[in-house]
Design a protein around this ligand. Structure first.
Ligand SMILES: [Zn+2]
Ligand SMILES: [Zn+2]
Length: 368
């Protein structure tokens, strides 16, 4: 295992920059926010550590990219910033996310609440779920894994047409696997940054996708016809677990981060690190490093304490923004599904440590 270690000066410049206007912008931030972000270049920080590389197939070794510091982000003329009229993130569910309608509805609300806390200050709205047939996308059975896959580019076209006027972006989520073109095996997601549109699949995040017991294989010799979407009726959906929810939240926030113009992070362990495979995605933390946090804060304008508090509220389950409506439909739908947040516990502890740094009183201000 290797670590990608940058000097204190490199990290400091990546965060604060040497551009006088950006330095003074940084100095105007709240003292607690600066205290937290300055941990980026403190070698013994227990909040932010270096990126670790475990194998040659890891993203950073297999996809050399130019790093993006705060100044490069700030001066990127093509990046998208939410305007006062376009401050909503729309989530469109394609197909079901759970085995019952109730589970699917809960799952999408959990994602909504998480994104609303993560992109604190923006509104996250849900569009009514649609079946795969509504998108008119092409689909296929993957030759090697034998699961159903839908064409990512066709879904992007569908989403682009549905994008509401007040949308900063619209993202589709699905439990069905995606492929970008015939010659490719699969893709986790695809986005058009200029259009503010993305589609992400959580199919491979279930605990069984890579197991021999995976039930999403379409039994041969079933032939799928290009217009018969009935193959998606009652198609296999992975079981909702805490790990599936965590992976879904992580992917969604990483990908929406790209829509804001955040590129892959090469500075510190960070949500915005690229990942080439599931093991690497699991290793990547849920949090942004200070350099990426400053980028997102600059785009949205949130207060960091308020944002962290919102994330803790979501983990604690008190983030229900809409009063729960008692379901009137069938008994089967009438389930009480607690949000599975066990996998988020460690992150909550990390946020609490950050909040302590943010709130720490300067020694001179301390009352006796
Ligand atoms: Zn990425
Ligand atoms: Zn970062």
């Amino acid at each position: 295992m290797q670590t990608v270690r940058h000097s204190e000066q490199t990290l400091k410049t990546a965060l604060i920059s040497k551009n006088p206007a950006l330095v003074s912008q940084y100095e105007k931030l709240d003292a607690g926010e600066r205290r937290l972000m300055n941990q980026a270049f403190q070698p013994n920080s227990d909040l932010f550590g270096p990126i670790t590389v475990h194998s040659r197939s890891d993203w950073i070794t297999s996809h050399p990219e130019d790093p993006q510091d705060f100044e490069q982000f700030f001066s990127d003329p093509y990046r998208k910033t939410p305007s006062p009229e376009k401050r909503s993130i729309y989530i469109q569910c394609i197909g079901s996310l759970g085995n019952t309608r109730a589970i699917s509805e809960e799952y999408i609300k959990w994602l909504q609440g998480y994104c609303e806390a993560f992109f604190y200050g923006l509104t996250v709205k849900l569009l009514a779920p649609v079946p795969v047939s509504a998108t008119r996308c092409s689909f296929r059975v993957n030759d090697s894994t034998q699961n159903l896959q839908i064409h990512a580019g066709h879904i992007l076209k569908f989403l682009k047409k549905k994008k509401p006027g007040d949308a900063f972006c619209i993202v589709g989520v699905t439990m069905i696997d995606l492929y970008p073109r015939d010659s490719w095996n699969f893709v986790f997601g695809q986005a058009s940054l200029t259009d503010g549109v993305g589609i992400f699949s959580f199919a491979r995040y279930g605990s069984d996708f890579y197991s021999s017991r995976y039930e999403g294989r379409v039994k041969k010799p079933q032939k799928v016809s290009s217009s018969d979407y009935s193959v998606f009726d009652n198609y296999y959906i992975p079981e909702v677990t805490s790990v599936l929810l965590l992976r879904s939240c992580k992917t969604l926030t990483h990908e929406i981060g790209h829509i804001f113009g955040l590129r892959h992070c090469q500075w510190l362990a960070c949500l915005m690190q690229g990942s080439n495979h599931l093991e690497e995605a699991d290793r990547r933390p849920l949090n942004l490093c200070p350099i990426c946090l400053r980028k997102l804060q600059c785009a949205i304008g949130f207060n960091i304490v308020e944002r962290y508090k919102a994330l803790v509220r979501w983990i604690d389950g008190a983030s229900a923004d809409t009063p729960r409506v008692t379901p009137k439909h069938s008994r089967e739908d009438d389930v009480n599904l607690p949000k599975p947040v066990e996998a988020f516990k460690e992150w909550k502890e990390w946020i609490i440590k950050c909040l302590a740094v943010l709130r720490k009183e300067e020694p001179s201000n301390r009352s006796n």
